[in-house]
Design a protein around this ligand. Structure first.
Ligand code: NAI
Length: 328
């Protein structure tokens, strides 16, 4: 049997964890030929529920699941990790200011970055799902100086998938007919879902849609505020769709994106498209050989420029705030 891949999942006893772990164990994260060992990391209060989830994982008798271990200590939890899905985070509580939120999450993602630095495998790949995801990823990265910076990413794939689905519904196209949508910027309400380079059945998406008012007044806000709409309808935040997006992100990172198409992921900027170097911002990306690359050479029109700049300005403010707090 191939050597199992160690996958550490933080927040394993939470909603997303519950939707995610079974799919990882069934082979959907890394492919049908790759056995996995799950390492569940929780806070002490979450350990008992994680044990219950582990019992259920056992009861699925997954062929590819080579073991499950549960931890409440990040150093132990990330030991030997090849893939780390950082899902557990501190949610915004009543009356909590943004600075308090960033500081509380710095208390999670700083130590987790240090633990990854100390013990993760050489090929570690990190996806941050817990919000504020881009800046949490930046904090973890800053605390892991020995890990190549590009191994720290944050999830905008859920936004990407939401945009695909909205565009399919508007045009009557199948999701599989749509290519090259992009989410730019922060995983927040300022994100910019861009259809100007997208194609639907080989035709420019803007031509198929042919409705600028829909693009501005419906599409962009619907995608950006979809998380809130789910909470309103379901009485709980998106969990299965977030887990699905995490699976998509890591699957494509490891196995590559299909030829001729790109997806969206928040990865460290190399300065492309005027995004300050080092910010973990969402871009159009392809993956080959286990590394993300930013799609180059796209024309950015004025409409897109203003929206990308606004989201990047928010990321810059978040970075400056965590710098001011001594978290990076
Ligand atoms: P949840 O509250 O159901 O679960 C979070 C779990 O994390 C809890 O079991 C908690 O005990 C655990 N946890 C907290 N601090 C931890 C730490 N230091 N180490 C290990 N575990 C820790 O939340 P849910 O619904 O699973 O969401 C998790 C995060 O994902 C939230 O921050 C949410 O905002 C974010 N999210 C991100 C999305 C994205 O597109 N990037 C989409 C949806 C959610």
């Amino acid at each position: 049997m191939t050597q199992p891949v160690n996958v550490t999942v933080t927040g394993a006893a939470g909603q997303i964890g519950y939707a995610l772990l079974f799919r990882i164990a069934s082979g959907q994260l890394l492919g049908p030929d790759t056995p996995v060992k799950l390492r569940l990391l929780e806070i002490p209060q979450g350990v008992k529920a994680a044990e219950g989830t582990a019992m259920e994982l056992d009861d699925c008798a997954f062929d590819l699941l080579a073991g499950i271990d549960i931890f409440d200590d990040p150093t132990a939890g990330f030991e030997g990790a090849n893939v780390a899905l950082l899902v557990g985070a501190r949610p915004r509580g009543p009356g909590m200011e943004r600075g308090d939120l960033l500081e509380a999450n710095g208390g999670i993602f700083g130590p987790q970055g240090k633990a990854l630095n100390a013990g993760a495998a050489d090929d570690i790949r990190v996806l941050v799902v817990g919000n504020p995801a881009n800046t949490n990823a930046l904090i973890a990265q800053a605390n892991a100086p020995d890990i190549p910076a590009e191994r720290f990413t944050a999830m905008t794939r859920l936004d990407h998938n939401r945009a695909l689905s909205q565009l399919a519904a508007k045009t009557g196209a199948a999701v599989s007919d749509i290519r090259n949508l992009t989410i730019w910027g922060n995983h927040s309400a300022t994100q910019y879902p861009d259809i100007f380079h997208a194609q639907i059945g080989g035709r420019p998406a803007t031509e198929v849609v042919d409705d600028q008012a829909w693009l501005e007044d419906t599409f962009i806000p619907t995608v950006a505020k979809r998380g809130a709409a789910i909470i309103e309808a379901r009485g709980a935040s998106s969990a299965a769709s977030a887990a699905n997006a995490a699976i998509d992100h890591v699957h494509d990172w490891v196995n590559g994106t299909p030829a001729g198409s790109w997806t969206s992921a928040a990865i460290p900027s190399d300065g492309s498209y005027g995004v300050p170097e080092g910010l973990i911002s969402s871009f159009p990306v392809t993956s080959a050989g286990g590394a993300w690359e930013i799609v180059q050479g796209l024309d950015v029109n004025e409409f897109s420029r203003a929206r990308i700049d606004a989201s990047v300005a928010e990321l810059t403010e978040e970075r400056d705030a965590v710098k001011g707090l001594g978290l990076i």
